[in-house]
Design a protein around this ligand. Structure first.
Ligand SMILES: CC(C)(COP(=O)(O)OP(=O)(O)OC[C@H]1O[C@@H](n2cnc3c(N)ncnc32)[C@H](O)[C@@H]1OP(=O)(O)O)[C@@H](O)C(=O)NCCC(=O)NCCS
Length: 304
């Protein structure tokens, strides 16, 4: 097996196949339009690569994508490659193609400059990815119901053009999305709003004296996702999450989901915490001084 980058034509051919896995709610053409739109986004144009695992006879066995994301290890900026859309056509499944592709890809990425780690967010449990050397880390969701009301009450609202870069939190290792990566999440919101004719949340986030929240509408999943949250006090957390709950309500989304972050968690007094369904965070460290257990601050904005 050889792992190589896909051409644009090969990417489009792959869309027709992967629709069966990720096209829910969209027809094949709508899904292809969504994929083309996401690939065309400024962040993805710089960060995304599509990989094909090709057999000795030239047949495509599996595929996936990698996104070069910004990370910090001991304060030093580097790159963490987030893997997405791992796919094997149904007739070829169960023969180890996906695992072999990931092993090969990790070896390809390891020598790249300032490579910290490879991550992924599994929807099919840990087992398959453990075989490729990834380790699962604690993945908890905090959810709260949408509520009626003014989402700007007690906060300074953030419009979609007002989401800025923020300094990384004080953790030894963190994958910390920049503003263009956060906007790529919003491109998905825009794409679904256009394709499904759904309303979008009225804000992109909110700020208080001691904190900031950035969120996005998951219009397909019927939830508002918190991409990044910093709250210095309980009161900041309450206000920012109330703004999110109200923005969700305004867009007809029944709940808000935040990925639990141990640095913010002690100050977040609302909502219920439960193990995450899907999106299990997994990591394969590349930097020799990094161990998997050191990855615990994981904003949803790092998801691909
Ligand atoms: C998941 C997928 C990529 C695996 O491809 P593959 O080439 O068959 O994978 P491998 O042969 O290397 O490994 C197979 C292992 O995957 C795991 N696996 C596959 N699908 C799974 C699922 N839905 N739930 C849990 N584990 C699953 C199993 O552990 C299986 O091993 P086993 O049969 O010994 O139990 C393929 O099933 C697929 O394309 N599914 C649809 C898209 C998808 O869900 N991708 C993953 C997104 S995180």
């Amino acid at each position: 097996m050889e792992v190589r980058a896909a051409t644009e034509e090969e990417r489009r051919a792959r869309d027709a196949l992967t629709h069966s896995a990720w096209g829910g709610g969209l027809d094949v053409d709508q899904y292809a339009a969504r994929e083309a739109r996401l690939r065309g986004h400024a962040w993805a144009r710089g960060a995304m690569e599509t990989w094909l695992a090709v057999g000795d006879d030239g047949a495509i066995l599996s595929s996936c994508e990698s996104f070069a994301s910004r990370s910090y290890l001991d304060g030093e900026q580097g790159v963490t490659y987030a893997i997405a859309s791992v796919f094997t056509a149904p007739a070829l499944r169960g023969r180890g193609h996906a695992v072999a592709m990931l092993r090969e890809l990790v070896d390809r990425l390891r020598p790249r400059p300032r490579a910290h780690a490879v991550t992924l967010y599994s929807d099919v449990g840990a087992r398959i990815y453990e075989r490729a050397g990834f380790l699962a880390v604690t993945s908890l969701d905090r959810s709260l119901p949408a509520e009626p009301g003014d989402p700007t009450e007690g906060v300074t609202p953030l419009g979609e053009g007002e989401v800025r870069d923020a300094p990384p939190p004080a953790a030894r290792f963190v994958v910390w999305p920049d503003a263009p990566q956060l906007d790529w999440h919003r491109e998905r919101e825009r794409a679904y709003a256009a394709l499904l004719g759904r309303p979008r949340p009225p804000l992109a986030g909110a700020r208080t004296e001691g904190g900031e929240i950035v969120f996005v509408g998951d219009l397909k999943g019927a939830r508002l996702l918190v991409l990044r949250l910093r709250a210095d006090t309980e009161q900041d957390a309450r206000r920012l999450l109330r703004s999110a709950a109200r923005a969700a309500h305004a867009a007809g989304l029944p709940r808000v989901v935040a990925w639990e972050d141990p640095l913010v968690a002690p100050r977040v007094p609302v909502g219920a915490v439960a193990p995450r369904e899907g999106g299990l965070a997994m990591i394969h460290p590349l930097a020799p001084r990094l161990s998997a257990s050191e990855w615990h601050v994981i904003p949803r904005g790092a998801w691909v």
